[in-house]
Design a protein around this ligand. Sequence first.
Ligand SMILES: O=C(CO)[C@H](O)[C@H](O)COP(=O)(O)O
Length: 208
Amino acid sequence: MKLQVALDVAKLDEALTLARLTSDYVDILELGTPLVKAEGLDAITAIKAAHPDKLVFADMKTADAGELEADLAFSAGADLVTVMGAADDDTVKGAVAAGKKHGKDVVADMITIVENRVPRIREVSKMGVSFVEIHAGLDEQARPGYTIDTLLEDGRQAGVPFSIAGGVTSDSIAAVQNAGATVAVAGGAIRSAKDPAAAAKALRTRIR
Ligand SMILES: O=C(CO)[C@H](O)[C@H](O)COP(=O)(O)O
């Protein structure tokens, strides 16, 4: 299982610092959606230039104009981009077409689809995305009673390659791997730690 750090900060210099501190322990550097919105596509180019050996994931969360938005992110240097799994089928297929053109990967973000997620996961997988991100967003995580277990159960049932994002911690990462995830995404567990490098290392050491 790969480890992805979500650089969920709004300033490029903070993202570059977090990437520098954690890159030894992670496989994928994710530009969080707020970072792309705040700093633009040039931030993708800057992160890739600083870490050419890492996969760079642009969390575009594209909801429309799939081919155009994915093409922009890939042209800026992204290796993976997200499209909303809840978007129109043609939006997902457009992003996949851009991925094929660039020889890069599109990930369907299943955030916001909470009920009956598994049938939609299977549908978008047939449209050619490389994997789905089974995801509880920051707002959903903030609600009382949130647990990552529902995400893991959907992953077990889906029968397609998936990542998990939604408050992955050093306590839950083993369960994420046991559920069969190909990627574990960690944002807050690293970003909010006193020592982000140590937090990333702790997550890495729990991956078998
Ligand atoms: O895409 C995101 C929010 O929409 C986050 O990057 C993702 O949820 C990972 O962060 P955390 O581990 O804090 O949940």
